[in-house]
Design a binder for this molecule. Structure first.
Ligand SMILES: NC(=O)c1ccc[n+]([C@@H]2O[C@H](COP(=O)([O-])OP(=O)(O)OC[C@H]3O[C@@H](n4cnc5c(N)ncnc54)[C@H](OP(=O)(O)O)[C@@H]3O)[C@@H](O)[C@H]2O)c1
Length: 243
């Protein structure tokens, strides 16, 4: 059996990990990228279920060589790429007056530049498979989150990446994204203002990783006539007003 191959960046925990488990269960072989949080325990678990189905690659997406290294590794091991998921991201406040050049480079590298260069390096291989790209944006790409200007700017670039590459890479590669609202709290810790944060969400709860995964799986598996779209997965937060 020829197993399709998916690359997931930032896959050791949270949404990336849940997606890895779901794609593996569907028969995908996986290239699991990570940086500081080892994805080895996840890879060991999945390889125990299906030997040689998962390979690991560690890279700091601030390193300009990282994108080429990840794609080369995928091709060396599995010889094909069917799906690229740009999930890795840095996220923290950069209040005006305190933002640094280093913040700019880190937030733009992880959320926009590395996704672009990963798409570019993967495109010839994805085209051969008539594959697809999923970029994880954020509802705050459309409406700013206070004190997070650089993150919001970088996710806005990520959103345009999806739209622009949908045109450039058609008809062989579909390019779509999701825009999570509150999927998981940072560090899995509810904030002090949890009650008011939940009050901004019409569905009244955080989405959890699984809600993100099911929409990504829809875009990969079922949305064969959709490209260039970013689906908000936010419990209605973006239509309710999020200032
Ligand atoms: N969680 C939410 O509620 C939410 C809301 C809106 C949008 N999103 C988006 O959904 C995606 C997944 O969210 P999440 O909360 O699961 O993500 P996360 O845990 O905050 O980050 C995912 C991974 O990104 C990796 N990463 C960060 N900086 C990196 C760097 N310099 N080089 C390489 N990898 C780096 C980290 O890998 P290591 O741990 O291995 O270092 C981390 O595990 C992200 O794109 C995020 O922006 C999430």
């Amino acid at each position: 059996m020829n197993h399709p191959v998916a690359i997931i960046t930032g896959s050791a925990q949270r949404i990336g990990k849940a997606l890895a488990q779901a794609l593996h269960a569907q028969g995908y072989n996986l290239v699991l990228h990570y940086f500081n949080t080892s994805a080895a325990p996840l890879a060991d678990t999945l390889n125990a279920l299906r030997p040689n189905s998962v390979t690991l690659i560690q890279a700091d997406l601030n390193n300009p060589d990282a994108s080429a290294k990840i794609i080369e590794h995928a091709i060396n091991i599995f010889k094909q790429i069917d799906v690229l998921v740009n999930n890795a991201s840095s996220f923290y406040p950069t209040p005006i007056g305190a933002a640094t050049q280093q913040n700019w480079h880190d937030l733009f590298n992880t959320n926009a530049a590395a996704p672009f260069f990963l798409c570019q390096a993967a495109a010839p291989f994805l085209a051969l498979q008539k594959g697809c790209i999923i970029n994880i944006a954020d509802i705050y790409a459309q409406t700013p989150k206070r004190n997070h200007t650089l993150y919001c700017m970088a996710k806005a670039a990520n959103t345009m990446l999806t739209k622009s590459l949908a045109i450039e890479l058609a008809p062989n590669i579909r390019v779509n994204g999701i825009a999570p609202g509150a999927a998981l709290w940072p560090n899995n810790q509810p904030p002090q203002n949890e009650e008011s944060a939940l009050a901004e969400i019409p569905l009244g709860r955080v989405g959890g990783a699984q809600a993100m995964v099911e929409t990504i799986l829809f875009l990969i598996n079922s949305a064969t006539y959709i490209t260039g779209q970013i689906i908000p997965v936010d419990g209605g937060k973006s239509v309710a007003g999020i200032a």
